[in-house]
Design a binder for this molecule. Structure first.
Ligand code: FEO
Length: 404
């Protein structure tokens, strides 16, 4: 007995692969592994939705074969050209010889540019429908969510949305359905995925949610390309996306920093005490003890982001530069920014960080807090006050936000 398919509805099966061991997904830390989901629809025209990362091709084929001979597949639909979902596509096409392979217009071009395989692909447009004989699919382009080629596919009769990366998470599990998994794990991993993949496209996420609403789709299942399938209370994940896309600031201050001789570390901890005195949640993340993708998960909901660095060779510490570059690309909005650090003689780091936070779009209302060499007790007290001021300002801003 080989790998088995798992039934989702009477005619839809999960036939993907579980990657229990991956810990670095193109720079995103996947501490719980991931799944590459593919789905088989047993319609008159047997249809495969997406494939898997190339090394998992055999697992995909075995799961399909547990339900139907792979050569009976008539159609393949590629919702997204990124190689965690298309890597196995050329070999699957070669072995299955489907009648047609569908992708969005941009997707068809992107797949050619990846695989240079000369395969004739059928481009589909936003709103197009495809008859599978007894069932019907409807395509919806989701450009830049999160690639230009991205689209989702809706199985009308089952109310099932194949949502590619959207509403997914990196989470390897024996359970295939979200309702079988602890809510806290789901929330954390879905938030991490959103913060690191979809955050810069939040305005498009809001438009997509509005489109789903306006179209009156009766979504009963959301089947993403990573992580568990949503089959009960799909509104829960839709609500999470609405909130993340609106970028609601929360009463939380995130302090991220690196340190050379523990001066910046002392300041970070003192600032955290000040924030806590104001009754706010505080997170302190040393950049060599935390992966940048975990830092971004906290950035997603933080109302204030406080960044600290010693000055090294007239610049910021390299890990701080790395984090600022990463954060800038992900475009978090609605944050207060604040800056601190230690220095020996020139002290440029705080200026560099201030400019970067402003370039991200943060409001940076305070003068940077900087200390020469090692903070003494008055400097520590000043750092605590800095934390209190940040906390107070955030509370004021949150009150205004609530009144909007
Ligand atoms: Fe999971 Fe954008 O690929």
């Amino acid at each position: 007995m080989g790998f088995r398919a798992q039934k989702i509805t009477d005619r839809v099966y999960w036939v993907g692969a579980i990657d229990w061991t991956v810990r670095d997904f193109h720079g995103y830390s996947t501490e719980r592994g991931t799944t590459y989901n593919a789905y088989l629809i047993l319609a008159d025209k047997v249809t495969l939705i997406d494939t898997v990362k190339a090394p998992f091709k055999a697992e995909l084929l075995e799961r399909i074969a547990s339900v139907i001979a792979p050569q009976k597949i008539d159609y393949i639909i590629s919702n997204h050209a990124e190689m965690d979902h298309s890597g196995a596509l050329p070999q699957i096409i070669a072995e299955v010889k489907p009648e047609k392979v569908f992708a969005s217009v941009i997707g068809a071009k992107a797949l050619q540019e990846h695989f240079h395989f000369g395969q004739r692909l059928v481009p589909v447009q936003d709103g197009d429908t495809l008859s599978l004989g007894n069932l019907n699919l409807r395509f919806m382009e989701t450009r830049m969510l999160h690639w230009p080629d991205s689209m989702v596919t809706y199985l009308v009769e089952d109310g099932l949305l194949f949502s590619q990366d959207g509403f997914g998470m990196h989470l390897a599990s024996g359970e295939r359905f979200a309702d079988e998994i602890d809510d806290k794990i789901l929330y954390h991993q879905a938030a991490k995925y959103y913060a690191n993949i979809l955050l810069p496209y939040s305005p498009l996420v809001l438009k997509l949610l509005a489109r789903i609403d306006e179209a009156g789709l009766q979504i009963k299942f959301i089947a993403p390309d990573h992580g568990p399938i949503w089959r009960t209370n799909v509104g829960q994940v839709l609500n999470w996306y609405q909130r993340w896309a609106e970028q609601h600031p929360e009463p939380k201050v995130l302090i991220i920093y690196d340190t050379m001789w523990q001066s910046t570390d002392l300041l970070a901890r003192a600032i955290a005490d000040g924030v806590r005195d104001e009754g706010l949640t505080v997170r302190v993340m040393h950049l060599r003890a935390n992966d940048r993708s975990d830092v971004m998960t906290e950035v997603l909901s933080a109302g204030a982001v406080v960044v600290g660095s010693p000055t090294l060779n007239n610049n910021v510490f390299p890990t701080v530069a790395d984090m600022l570059t990463y954060m800038k690309g992900l475009k978090p909005q609605n944050k207060i920014g604040a800056v601190f650090g230690s220095y020996g003689w020139s002290g440029e780091a705080v200026k560099v960080i201030t400019e970067e936070l402003k370039a991200i779009g943060m409001d940076v209302p305070f003068e940077p807090f900087k200390v020469k060499y090692v903070p003494d007790q008055p400097a520590i007290a000043e750092a605590v006050r800095f934390g209190i001021e940040i906390g107070r300002l955030l509370k004021e801003r949150l009150q205004k936000w609530m009144k909007r």
